[in-house]
Design a protein around this ligand. Structure first.
Ligand code: SAM
Length: 270
């Protein structure tokens, strides 16, 4: 039987579906395995829009980073950055400002290995192997890397990651710790899956997902997601569904934006 490809880091169980690789599969990437594809297809059976949602999430991330770049933000801390794909944050940011710096953070060994490979020799971006549940360590390593200067405004990206932190991990406390460390004029970019619009589908998707991956998906209500912006001023149009956040013309045609699951927003620390 053929073994795993050479880019798979030692110790990775490719027979078990994994958050980063399932997302890579939905985006059409090549860093995923049968177990990830099987789970990806099972979720697609419950939610046929899932690939479109993953793409809408990447598009939102791109629009938000572009806006921050145009607003003078030259450094980004991207927590739960994922397996590199098209439109990576440093590529988008450096279009607005060629000197922009990005500290990526993830816990997934495949995301880390692939990020290291594509960022080798790049002194303006690096990947940090750390857990979102340890904001102190993230801030320490990001500062030590020379990429993030906490005395200056920074773009904090928490895009499609906080719904992998159950309440027991106290995600509100984590975001507050990161916010408090940021300089005034910093921004929070957030995407979080919600159970608000379609609770029955949400529950089915949560069950299928949590049965198969080594992570816990916890969808949240609009009110719970809005609380992540405590201490930030939400930019227009506020907390909205993915395609509704400052769409590029022509606006994506989605019959019902709430079918896109992700509530998103960008806030500025005054
Ligand atoms: C759905 S992907 C999102 C990737 C990217 N932010 C985007 O929106 O395109 C979620 C990422 O969060 C990472 N992740 C999940 N839990 C994490 C944690 N506790 N600490 C750091 N990263 C985490 C996963 O490994 C995965 O790469």
């Amino acid at each position: 039987m053929a073994g795993d490809p050479s880019w798979v880091p030692p110790g990775v169980d490719t027979k078990r579906a994994n958050v980063a690789r399932v997302y890579d599969y939905w985006l059409g990437g090549s860093h995923n395995f049968l177990a990830d594809q099987d789970l990806g297809r099972s979720i697609a059976a419950v939610e046929p829009n899932i690939r479109q949602i993953a793409r809408a999430n990447r598009d939102f991330l791109g629009r938000a980073v572009r806006l921050l770049g145009q607003s003078g933000i030259g450094q980004f801390l991207d927590i739960g950055s994922g397996i590199p794909t098209q439109g990576n944050v440093h590529e988008v940011a450096q279009r607005a400002d060629p000197s922009a710096r990005v500290a990526y953070v993830d816990i997934d060994p495949v995301a880390i290995a692939h990020s290291k490979a594509i960022l080798a020799g790049n002194d303006q971006a690096a990947i940090i192997d750390a857990d979102a549940r340890d904001p102190g360590k993230i801030l320490e390593l990001a500062t030590a890397s020379g990429l993030i200067d906490l005395s200056r405004p920074c773009g904090l990206l928490l895009v499609a990651v906080l719904h992998f932190l159950p309440d027991a991990d106290e995600p509100q406390r984590i975001v507050a710790a990161l916010r408090d460390a940021l300089a005034p004029g910093s921004y929070l970019v957030l995407c979080h899956a919600t159970n608000e619009a379609r609770p029955a589908v949400a529950q089915a998707a949560e069950t299928v997902y949590n049965r198969s991956v080594t992570a816990t998906l916890q969808l949240r209500s609009r009110a719970e997601i809005a609380r992540f912006f405590d201490g930030f001023e939400l930019l227009d149009p506020g907390l909205v569904y993915l395609p509704q956040w400052r769409p590029d013309p022509p606006a994506a045609t989605t019959a019902d934006p709430s079918e896109m699951w992700g509530l998103v927003g960008v806030g500025r620390k005054p």
